[in-house]
Design a protein around this ligand. Structure first.
Ligand code: NAD
Ligand code: 6OD
Length: 486
């Protein structure tokens, strides 16, 4: 039985309370380890260690020295690629082809990309004449914000954690990470790489536990934390913003979505079908950018529904390392019940179930796993629960549309505004739609194609702020103005 310990000041520590909770593998719901739940004493110790590092060796390092360590971290993750892969897959049950092509490589790349950003970013400077005839030079200097709390979800554990730890460290901050209770493994393992590359103690800390009345709440309410960066549900984001209000701490929020794909009749049909298959079903639909509402122009509606049905039915569920596996389980029994609850609701609200709608029939050894069928509905009104609420499962509703204005209005009538994917060969229409849909991220004839130098984040209730490239500096640094008179 594995043990997942907190990582504080460069050391693995149990919780003083002795409290642990189970870490389960969603493919069969078996217990794979015990996680040591951090209480207030461990969170206090982690924040104190992060503060001391800031005021110690780490705080005195030059940008170049910090960047050497970030580079070593990226190399260190890749050197232990297989350990990270096994750990991520055991926690999430995701297929090997996904974890090995997306989660782990991006986990390493997230350290590398911010080296270039931090080394090349500049600030403003102005000269002016003063009333007494002298000169004044004012210039901006970016300083680290301080101790950053990083609160993470379970869907892309290493990728989403390092997406925040990378820029935080590049900018000279120290971090206390609270991974999801569902996926403690890779954040814990990263502590070993931190020590191996010689990262000063206290720069990277990990505390395990839940949200309310546990490590998440203790950390986000902690007065020693200078900023909170969070990825997760919008409702949790609201709770964290309330905690951040105490002491006026800034937040960066990457939250939920109810993303739409819009498929015009003039699209490259195969590209649209293949891409929407990915955006609906990849990672068992547990991608914040994933599509749960598909709008298809009427002339190709029936053909598109039939093609997506074929793709959904070809998504063979199975063990992560079986090359035949196209889809893994969802993260937990609790999440499985939530997704299946929406499947039931869709049927009750009058949906036509094109495919799926329940649990797949799995072999005996996997029967207790958190499996759900890829599911497609048609025929629901725009007010239906599965069209308005985020499900975070492998499912979508497909509706026909007749005009650009009609579909734009439908897509925008939602409280979320994270991402969209538009399929058309008409470049003017593609850009009109991308600029008309209220989202932080718009893909044209593609989906989840990333350039890490660009902004990432959501509009409306999908988030606050942007991270990525130079945009990360807005949150991870404080911009100071210095005025010199001479
Ligand atoms: P969640 O909000 O339930 O949990 C996220 C983290 O917050 C966990 O570590 C949890 O323990 C912690 N937490 C919960 N309550 C807390 C509290 N009161 N105080 C402090 N911490 C607390 O989200 P999840 O179920 O892990 O992830 C799925 C959600 O994340 C979906 O809504 C998805 O859309 C969203 N998500 C968004 C993005 C994005 O970039 N916008 C990326 C990935 C996931
Ligand atoms: O690619 C990224 O940088 C990113 N933050 C992806 C988020 C995916 C959500 O599940």
């Amino acid at each position: 039985m594995k043990e997942f310990l907190n990582f504080i000041n460069g050391e693995y520590v149990k919780s003083a309370s002795g409290k642990t909770f189970d870490n389960r593998n969603p493919v069969d719901n078996s217990v794979i380890g015990k996680v040591h739940e951090a209480g207030r004493p461990e969170v206090d110790a982690a924040v104190a260690a992060a503060r001391a590092a800031l005021e110690g060796d780490w705080g005195r390092m030059s940008v170049v020295e910090r960047c050497k360590l970030l580079d070593a971290l990226a190399i260190g993750i890749n050197d232990r690629f297989d350990d990270f892969l096994q750990a991520e897959i055991a926690d999430t049950g995701k297929p090997n082809h996904l974890a090995s092509h997306v989660d782990i490589p991006r986990g390493a790349a997230n350290f590398q990309i911010f080296i270039d950003t931090i080394k090349s970013v500049s600030t403003e400077s102005f000269n002016m004449r003063t009333p007494d005839g002298k000169t004044a030079l004012s210039y901006g200097v970016r300083v680290p914000r301080g101790v950053i709390a990083v609160v993470c979800p379970w869907n892309l554990p290493l990728l989403l954690m390092t997406w925040k730890v990378g820029p935080a460290l590049a900018c000279g901050n120290t971090v206390v990470v609270k991974p999801s209770e569902e996926t403690p493994a890779t954040a814990t393992l990263l502590g070993e790489v931190m020590n191996a590359v010689g990262m000063p103690k206290g720069v990277y800390n990990v505390v395990h536990g839940f949200g309310p009345d546990s490590a998440g709440e203790f950390l986000t309410r902690h007065p020693g934390v200078n900023g909170i960066t969070f990825t997760g549900e919008t409702r949790t984001g609201e709770a964290i913003m309330k905690a951040a209000a105490e002491g006026i701490r800034p937040v960066s929020m990457e939250l939920g979505g109810k993303n739409a794909a819009v498929v015009f009749a003039d699209c490259d049909f195969q590209v649209a079908v293949d891409t929407v298959t990915r955006s609906c079903f990849e990672n068992a639909g547990q991608v914040c950018l994933g599509t749960e509402r598909v709008y298809v122009e009427r002339p190709i509606f029936d053909r598109f529904v039939a093609a997506l049905k074929g793709k959904a039915e070809a998504m063979t569920p199975g063990l992560p390392f079986d090359p035949a596996t196209k889809i893994g389980p969802v993260i937990s029994k609790e999440h499985q019940a939530k997704v299946l609850g929406y499947y039931k609701k869709a049927a009750e609200e009058g949906a036509t179930v094109v495919t799926g709608g329940g649990m797949p029939d799995m072999p005996a050894a996997l029967k207790d796993g958190c499996w759900v069928q890829p599911t497609i509905w048609t025929g629901l009104p725009e007010t239906a629960s599965v069209i308005t609420e985020e499900i975070f499962g492998p499912c979508c509703h497909i509706a026909p549309f007749d005009s650009e204005q009609e579909v734009l209005a439908k897509v925008n009538k939602n409280r979320y505004g994270l991402a969209t994917a538009i399929f058309t060969q008409d470049i003017g229409r593609a850009n009109r739609m991308a600029q008309g849909i209220h989202v932080g991220l718009a893909w044209i004839n593609s989906w989840f194609l990333r350039d890490l130098r660009t902004s990432f984040g959501g509009s409306k209730q999908s988030g606050i702020g942007r991270e990525g490239g130079v945009h990360s500096l807005e949150f991870y640094t404080d911009l100071r103005n210095v005025m010199v008179k001479f």
